[in-house]
Design a protein around this ligand. Sequence first.
Ligand code: ARG
Length: 373
Amino acid sequence: MSRPTNLVNSWNEWDPLREIVVGVADNACFEPTEPGHRPQLRTPDGGSAPFPTGPKPAEMIERANEQLDGLVRLLESQGVTVHRPVAPDLASPLRTPDFQVENQYCVVCPRDVMITLGNEIIEATMSRRARYFEYQAYRKLVYSYWNNDPGMVWTVAPKPSMADSMYRQEFWEWPLEERHRRMHSSEFCVTQDEVVFDAADISRFGRDIVVQESMTTNRSGIHWLKRHLEPRGFRVHPVHFPLDFFPSHIDCTFVPLRPGLVLTNPERPLREGEEQLFLRNGWELVDVPQPTSTNDEMPKYCQSSKWLSMNVLSISPTKVVCEEREKPLQDLLDKLGFEVFPVPFRDVFEYGGSLHCATWDVNREGTAEDYFP
Ligand code: ARG
């Protein structure tokens, strides 16, 4: 198949990968405590020590960069073109008309900020103050697509205020019983008053887009995506995982690998009825095995769960990149007929994610298929 002239073209999470962005750890800071986020140390005493602030130590940044560079080498050896963002200064305090925050975070996880939907690139609204300006690290690249691909559509979603009034502060204090009681209400730390979504709450299945309601994506955000995308031929499906009490980003919960196959999280089933779209169309939902680390064994500053294990990156419908320690998952992928590429990635976890999070695919072969006719 000859390469089409459009540079921006990616319709799903699995088609053969041609061009991708991999984050960098340069200039990264510890994530600040703010209304939309309460970072905690993974210590046996349950995080009574304060979470550090300001720039991350140079050795930590170097270790993460080595693993990110390792992923880049693997992708390049598979014929994929790789771009990297340019990290701006992230250590200075930030002030807008509506909020202040002591520092920004990092540019390791483009997945959270940027998404390709067909020939369109959308910059998400974001949900946390420290990540409000993260899109800036990708602007140079977006301009190069804009200047060289006349068919490319560039959309910047409306920025929310991120003022105190946008958040529900009590969320963080709710005891477990309260969370259980509210399990089906889908009310988290962000209210419904403004349009809020992170790009990583979206998963792409050709014409169909699945969006998780979460701490980082509210119903107004999903409504905006519907009104923006449905006239362009997409169908937007909200999904929920009621047993995840701190949901954020769908790619450790529901991970499609090829037409007909989604990896699912055994501790986070879909809301009853939401699996029907997939089952009706002959898709298989396959639970992944337990991760090799417990939540307590995750890196000290990591805020994600052990389910980063399933945050894999597809090079094609038959080739998957997986964290090197996750042998049980690698064995499952092998049984399902995939060629598995293990890479070390644990030093990246404290920057917000694993292999899928740390990337943003801009070009995959293929077109807008209808998998759910
Ligand atoms: N909230 C997820 C978990 O802990 C982590 C999601 C990471 N994904 C991402 N795109 N940054 O299970």
